[in-house]
Design a protein around this ligand. Structure first.
Ligand SMILES: [Zn+2]
Length: 450
């Protein structure tokens, strides 16, 4: 029977690195090498780590909670030793390892058991061809999520990873721009095989499918670590279990044991948003939204939260159309994410009310929605500005103004020059920006000049 387990790695979406105050740079493109560094993240002699950045610990706790894990009370940092040019201090600080307690353990997410979640620092990047080392990413916080071997095939893995990504995007704990990487372990009939460091859903799928087929032909007799060659779409042997490196884990003497107070965990738990799965269920059950629409809405937290605000005031059916089709169209066209623009739900509700009451055409509403980017405004005020003026008492004000500004034309009309009336009507239309009702203007003028 095929059993597949995952170790998923991603960058935590923090502003700063894990043990110093340098800006976290992972995922940012075209940054000059070695511009976000300090003695700590370049491992200068004598430099000791600062306490781990609170934002990172909070994010890994929240991620663990959303995956149903129990949170450990203590974080004990370890040194994982290895020698590589990207790691001049000779060890990586991590919560994983032989004696480690993970941040969270024994969770379950959409039917798959979570073994543990932990956190570690990223090494620098090393170019083996030139020997150059860039420390910009050195010390960035990484999260690792380890599952039990509960998956049966590649499709189940991919579907689950998609859900995981969508869920974690709700709490914004993982940096989207750098994506996730995974180590995959697969056993079919023989020993367990691990495939290291695969970086996209497409490659994860290909690697699993290739490996399952391969293991049918050559049953693994020994535990083995392999890598995936994405050009040839095959896995290649790296080492067997016997050759596995000994990382000589020890507890980090430069960092204290970090105690995680129950109150802190409760507070973080209280602030968790509903997961996409919970939101989807609520939309279908409580608001009677069709599944296909609910799925579109729940893809992004900002969109579904916007929808939830809007349907407090307007019919869900109208909101679905205007959000899943029109709003997403405008965002897509302007290449903006919902969180990058400033659309007030009350302005959107006003717009929907105007369409629903037939006060503006759908075409006009679309035009206004286009103008909502990057910042919305009250469409009611906008529409009023363009609406017709037909009340005689209001028109009278403009008529008096026109007469005052054109006394000669008024006198001419009084002395029998009828065409002067048309001139005066034209003046009222000019003053009111063509919004006054023509017939009423004529009547009011005739009355006043009688
Ligand atoms: Zn630094």
């Amino acid at each position: 029977m095929t059993k597949i387990g995952l170790e998923i790695h991603g960058y935590l979406n923090t502003r700063e690195k894990l043990f110093c105050k340098c800006k976290a740079m992972h995922g940012k493109k075209h940054i000059k090498p070695n511009t976000s560094i300090c003695p700590i993240c370049t491992s200068q002699p004598g430099a000791k780590p600062m306490l781990p950045n609170k934002e990172s610990t909070d994010m890994v706790i929240q991620t663990s909670l959303i995956l149903g894990c129990k949170i450990n009370e203590k974080l004990i940092w370890q040194r994982k030793h290895y020698d590589w040019p990207d790691l001049p201090k000779g060890y990586q600080n991590t919560i994983s390892g032989s004696y480690a307690m993970p941040v969270g353990k024994n969770g379950k997410f959409l039917g798959i058991k979570i073994t543990e979640c932990h956190i570690e620092e990223d090494p620098a990047s090393w170019n083996p061809k030139t020997g150059e080392i860039d420390y910009n990413k050195s010390g960035s916080p990484l999260i690792e999520i380890v599952t039990e071997p509960d998956f049966k095939d590649s499709e189940q893995v991919i579907e689950w990873l998609k859900q995981l990504k969508a869920t974690l995007s709700y709490i914004k704990s993982i940096d989207k721009t750098s994506g996730i990487k995974a180590d995959i372990n697969i056993s079919t009939t023989g020993k367990r095989i691990e495939i290291k460091n695969i970086n996209s859903l497409k490659n994860i799928k290909s690697a699993i499918e290739y490996e399952i087929k391969r293991q049918k032909k050559e049953i693994p007799k020994m535990q083995e670590t392999r890598m995936f060659d994405e050009n040839k779409e095959i896995t290649i042997k790296m080492r067997t279990k016997e050759e596995t490196e000994d990382y000589r884990f020890i507890t980090e003497p430069d960092l204290p044991i970090i105690k995680i107070e129950r109150l802190r965990v409760d507070k973080l738990e209280g602030n968790l948003p509903e997961t996409p799965h919970e939101k989807l269920r609520k939309l279908i059950k409580k608001h009677k939204i069709e599944k296909q629409h609910a799925e579109i809405l729940t893809k992004k937290l900002e969109i579904v939260e916007f929808f939830e605000k809007v349907i407090k005031k307007i019919k869900p059916k109208l909101a679905i159309h205007w959000i899943t089709i029109e709003l997403l169209r405008v965002l897509n066209y302007t290449k903006k994410e919902m969180e990058e623009v400033n659309i007030d739900p009350y302005h959107f509700i006003e717009l929907m009310d105007l369409v629903d009451a037939g006060k503006i055409t759908e075409l006009k509403a679309k035009e206004i929605l286009n103008e909502f980017i990057p910042k919305s405004f009250s469409p009611k005020k906008r529409v009023q500005k363009h609406s017709k003026i037909s009340k005689a008492d209001i028109i009278e004000i403009y008529v008096k103004q026109a007469i005052k500004e054109n006394t000669k034309a008024a006198e001419d009309y009084k002395s029998g020059k009828n065409e002067s009336l048309n001139f005066l009507i034209g003046q009222v239309m000019r003053i009111t920006d063509k919004r006054a009702d023509f017939k009423t203007v004529r009547k009011v003028l005739e009355k006043i000049l009688k």
